[in-house]
Design a protein around this ligand. Structure first.
Ligand code: ADP
Ligand code: MG
Length: 475
């Protein structure tokens, strides 16, 4: 059999955050209490009409622009008609003919290499209610009904589970950087339909695609793709490729396999038509321009900047761009002319360590970049040791004071060369026999001398300077 190449396309759903739902005034909050956040429209009560949430359209345009899509001149919606208990209206308001973005393209990083991802379209729609299945009943929770849902459809442009997984991670970060969604997979805010096919390496045509619906974790997407590639390849090897059907399957976490749900040979006719209750809304160029000014630099661009222009390792840069707030903090340090590497070190080792341990937020950290600058300056001057700097770091945060409040003559590091030389001379004068031993080859006595200096100065001697003077004296 010829070498097989896998092809994958994703339909990725992301729940947007907003004050109210996309077409009703109910609060858009994730709630554990069923039916606590609903309006009559979300249950399709007669006489209710949708009103478009402008903020959701704006956020959808924001992502559309960030993904280099082409935006339409007008915003309008379509009805996708089908019945299901979680869809009380009997149709979903979505965008089919005129999506909020088409033909996008971005680069993502996979294992240190950039690959292009082509976006077929992005569109704004409403989420359905959710069904909770119990032993002998199923209950409907309308909280999710009408939550703004943003769907991104990629071209079949991925060739491994790794690439698809990297894209989802990339997009989660884009959504967070743009502030349009928390993109929390644990809350079901990111859900993917995963399409997988295989074909001979040199084939012009793609193979038959199998779709896995509603996979709600990155691990699940990766698992489903790898399982499908293996399953389809095995069938082909056995000469049974015709058994790979256009079908819908689901990813089963427990057995780590995909399970057939239904055939997809005949496309369902959803009888789409333009949603008549929502008038066309003009998307002016001014509006697009205004939205553009609110799009921050995204994580990959920042990472490349830190590596190429500030000499950071890609490992460190990656940590800094994990969250926008951290990257922003780092960039504020740069704008205060703190040395990039030293800022990165402080953030990665001390600040992230502190906020993780204390479950706090870098935005609320009392040690602002300005205060970090003060701290690093004292350290560079040699007024304090790195151990003292780490202690002052904690004190500034916990006592909400300035760095200088903790720099007294008392705890200042002894960095005065003359003074330190005097102390060292005295110590050496009292340890003649040890000097003898040292000169006879017991070099570990050096540390003994350092210890004596530290003892004498109650740990305040600048260690680097101490070693320098001692080396000189013991030549
Ligand atoms: P459908 O009409 O079944 O919804 P689409 O052409 O709209 O199919 O594509 C849906 C998704 O499937 C897209 O993400 C697309 O990239 C992906 N896709 C299409 N054809 C293939 C294929 N042969 N193999 C893998 N993915 C595919
Ligand atoms: Mg489709």
């Amino acid at each position: 059999m010829k070498k097989q190449i896998a092809t994958i396309g994703l339909e990725m759903h992301c729940e947007f955050k907003s004050n109210s739902k996309v077409f009703s005034s109910a609060k858009n909050t994730y709630s554990e209490t069923p039916n606590s956040s609903i309006a009559p429209l979300d249950m399709a009560f007669p006489g209710t009409l949708p009103v478009v949430n402008k903020k959701c359209v704006e956020d959808a345009l924001k992502v559309s622009i960030a993904l280099n899509c082409t935006q339409p001149k007008y915003m309008f919606f379509d009805r996708k008609n089908y019945y299901y208990p979680d869809l009380p209206k009997g149709y979903q308001i979505t965008q089919m003919t005129n999506p909020v973005g088409i033909n996008g393209k971005i680069d993502i990083e996979v294992n240190g290499k950039l690959i292009p991802v082509y976006i077929h379209d992005v569109h704004l729609e409403e989420d359905s209610a959710s069904l909770d299945h119990f032993f002998d009943t199923s209950n409907i929770d309308y909280n999710r009904s009408g939550v703004p849902l943003f769907e991104l459809v990629t071209e079949p442009c991925f060739h491994s589970a790794e690439e698809a997984g990297a894209f989802i991670e990339h997009m989660i970060r884009v959504y967070r950087y743009l502030g349009v969604s928390d993109a929390d997979t644990k809350k079901g805010q990111i859900r993917c339909d995963v399409n997988v096919s295989i074909a001979d390496e040199d084939s012009e045509e793609l193979g038959t695609k199998v779709e896995m619906k509603n996979v709600n974790s990155i691990g699940g997407v990766i698992g489903a793709i790898n399982y499908e590639i293996e399953r389809q390849t095995k069938l082909k090897e056995e000469g049974r490729y015709s058994e790979v059907e256009q079908e819908t399957r689901r990813w089963d976490e427990e057995t780590a396999s995909t399970i057939r749900m239904r055939s997809k040979v005949d496309a369902i006719d959803y009888k789409y038509f333009v949603e008549p209750n929502i008038p066309k809304y003009k998307i002016s160029e001014e509006w697009i321009e205004e939205i553009k000014t609110n799009i921050p630099r995204l994580h990959l661009e920042r990472k490349q900047d830190y590596v190429n222009n500030y000499g950071l390792s890609s490992y460190d840069a990656e940590i800094l761009v994990k969250e926008k707030a951290i990257a922003d903090y780092f960039e504020e340090c740069l704008s205060l002319h703190i040395d990039a590497k030293s800022a990165a070190n402080w953030i990665i080792t001390q600040i992230l360590g502190y906020i993780n341990k204390n479950n706090s937020n870098i935005n609320e950290l009392y040690l602002t970049p300005k205060r970090l600058k003060d701290l690093i300056a004292e350290l560079d001057k040699g007024t304090i040791s790195s151990k003292q700097a780490r202690e002052i770091f904690i004190k500034v945060i916990e006592e909400k004071k300035e760095v200088r409040d903790f720099i007294s003559k008392d705890n200042a590091q002894l960095s005065d060369k003359e003074e330190l030389t005097k102390i060292i001379d005295e110590i050496l004068a009292n340890n003649q026999s040890q000097i003898e031993e040292y000169k006879n080859g017991r070099t570990n006595i050096f540390d003994y001398f350092v210890g004596l200096v530290m003892k004498q100065t109650r740990g305040k001697a600048n260690p680097v300077l101490t070693k320098e003077i001692l080396t000189e004296k013991l030549k």
